[in-house]
Design a protein around this ligand. Structure first.
Ligand SMILES: [Zn+2]
Length: 379
C-alpha cells in the first residue's frame, strides 16, 4: 500500500468521533477498507450504534490475533485544542486528534498489516483482528467477544495500545467491591432495640484483615497482591443506632491470587459472619473485576516481538509489567494460556489535549507487525 493511503486510513478513522460510543461507524469504515481489498468481515453488534469488528485472513493451524479498541475518551473542550480533535490534522510529521495515540494508530497499523500480508504470496498463516467497543469504560466489547468464544482459537495476541517502544507482557488486575452492612435503627439510649450496622461492618473489617494477612502470593514481575480499604461510611446522626454502613475496597490482583480468589475470600468471610451472628446482615457488591494479564517472558511471541522491534525500530525494546488494565483483562479469561503482548505506536499524550501520533512511528509499526507475523508463522 502507498504511504499516502496508509496515512489516509488512519486519518479517516480518527475523523469518526467514537467518544465512548458510536463505534459502529468506525467498524463499518474499517469493514469497507477490508472489503476494498477483497476481505470479508463480521460486525458483532453490542448495542445501538455500537459494534465490534472481527476479521480473519489466511489459513493454517496457528492463529495470531491483533486487537485494538474503536472507542476514544472525551476530547473535553474543543476550544483548548490547537487543531480540532476530530480533524486528524497532518502537520510536521504528526497527526493530531483524539485517539491518534490511544489507539487508532495501533488499530490502523494492525488493519494495514493484515491487508498487506494477505496480498503477500510468500506469507502463510492465519490472522484474526478483534476491534472492540467500550474499552475505555468497562472493557465492554472485549468481554462480549470473550464470552462469545472469539478468542479461544487464538495462539497469541498483540494489542496495539501505545507503549512507547516497550513491550508490556504483564499487568495487574483490578477488583473493586462494596460490603454493605444493614442494621435496625433505634434511639441511641436504647441500642438493644436496634442492630448497629457500623459495629457489624467493623467486625467484618477486622476478620477481613486477618484473612488478608494470610495471603503471601507474589508474582515475579508484578509483585504482591495489594488490598486497600478506600472508603467507610455509615450512620446519620448522633442519637441513633445506625441502620446502614458500607465499606469500599480496591484490590490489585495477580495471577497467583486473582479476582476469583479475592471474591471467594470476601464471600467466605461474609457467609461465616452472617451464619454465626443473626444480627449480622452483610452483603457483597462487586463493582469492577478486571483480570490480571501475564505472559511468560520467554514466550515465543514475546521473544519475536522483542527481536523484530529492535531490528526495525533500531533500539532495545524492554519488556515490562504495568499496573493499568486493558482489553487483555477480558481476553485472558477466555484463553488463559494465550500469550498476550501490548505493543503499539504512540506516545505520552493519551487522553490529553493535542493528542497526536508521529507518522513515522505509525508507519514503522505496520512493518513491525508484519515482521512479527512472518516470524511467528515461520517457527
Ligand atoms: Zn487505549
Amino acid at each position: 500500500m502507498e504511504q499516502q493511503q496508509r496515512i489516509e486510513i488512519l486519518q479517516k478513522l480518527i475523523q469518526i468521533d467514537t467518544t465512548n460510543g458510536n463505534e459502529a461507524a468506525a467498524a463499518h469504515y474499517l469493514a469497507s477498507v477490508f472489503s476494498d481489498f477483497g476481505i470479508a468481515s463480521e460486525q458483532l453488534h453490542y448495542s445501538d450504534e455500537r459494534a465490534n469488528l472481527i476479521v480473519e485472513v489466511g489459513s493454517g493451524a496457528k492463529t495470531l490475533g491483533f486487537s485494538g479498541h474503536l472507542d476514544v475518551v472525551s476530547a473535553g473542550n474543543h476550544e483548548d485544542w490547537t487543531y480540532p480533535p476530530f480533524s486528524a490534522t497532518h502537520t510536521e510529521g504528526k497527526i493530531y486528534g483524539r485517539g491518534a495515540t490511544d489507539m487508532k494508530a495501533g488499530l490502523a497499523a494492525a488493519v494495514i498489516a493484515m491487508i498487506e500480508l494477505n496480498q503477500d504470496p510468500t506469507f502463510t498463516g492465519k490472522l484474526k483482528l478483534l476491534a472492540t467497543v467500550g474499552e475505555e469504560i468497562g472493557l465492554l466489547g472485549a468481554r462480549q467477544l470473550t464470552e462469545q468464544g472469539y478468542v479461544q482459537d487464538l495462539d497469541a495476541m498483540i494489542i496495539g495500545e501505545p507503549t512507547q517502544n516497550t513491550i508490556v507482557f504483564a499487568h495487574k488486575g483490578v477488583f473493586s467491591y462494596r460490603v454493605e452492612s444493614r442494621g435496625v435503627s433505634a434511639h441511641s439510649s436504647v441500642p438493644e432495640l436496634g442492630k448497629n450496622a457500623i459495629d457489624k461492618l467493623i467486625a467484618f473489617y477486622i476478620n477481613l484483615q486477618a484473612e488478608l494477612g494470610k495471603i503471601t502470593a507474589e508474582n515475579s514481575v508484578l509483585g504482591a497482591f495489594v488490598h486497600n480499604t478506600s472508603i467507610i461510611e455509615g450512620g446519620t446522626q448522633i442519637n441513633s443506632v445506625p441502620d446502614y454502613a458500607h465499606l469500599i475496597g480496591n484490590v490489585r490482583t495477580i495471577p497467583e491470587f486473582d479476582n476469583e480468589q479475592i471474591e471467594q475470600l470476601l464471600r467466605d468471610v461474609i457467609v461465616k459472619m452472617n451464619d454465626h451472628d443473626p444480627d449480622s446482615d452483610l452483603r457483597l457488591v462487586v463493582t469492577q473485576s478486571s483480570y490480571p494479564m501475564f505472559s511468560q517472558p520467554d514466550a515465543e511471541l514475546v521473544k519475536i516481538a522483542q527481536s523484530v522491534g529492535k531490528a526495525i525500530i533500531g533500539q532495545e525494546i524492554p519488556c515490562i509489567g504495568i499496573s493499568g488494565g486493558t482489553d487483555a483483562c477480558e481476553f485472558t479469561r477466555g484463553n488463559p494460556q494465550m500469550p498476550i503482548i501490548i505493543f503499539g505506536p504512540g506516545n505520552e499524550t493519551p487522553h490529553m489535549v493535542d493528542e497526536y501520533v508521529e507518522v513515522a512511528n505509525y508507519l514503522q509499526m505496520i512493518d513491525v507487525y508484519k515482521a512479527i507475523a512472518k516470524q511467528f508463522f515461520a517457527v
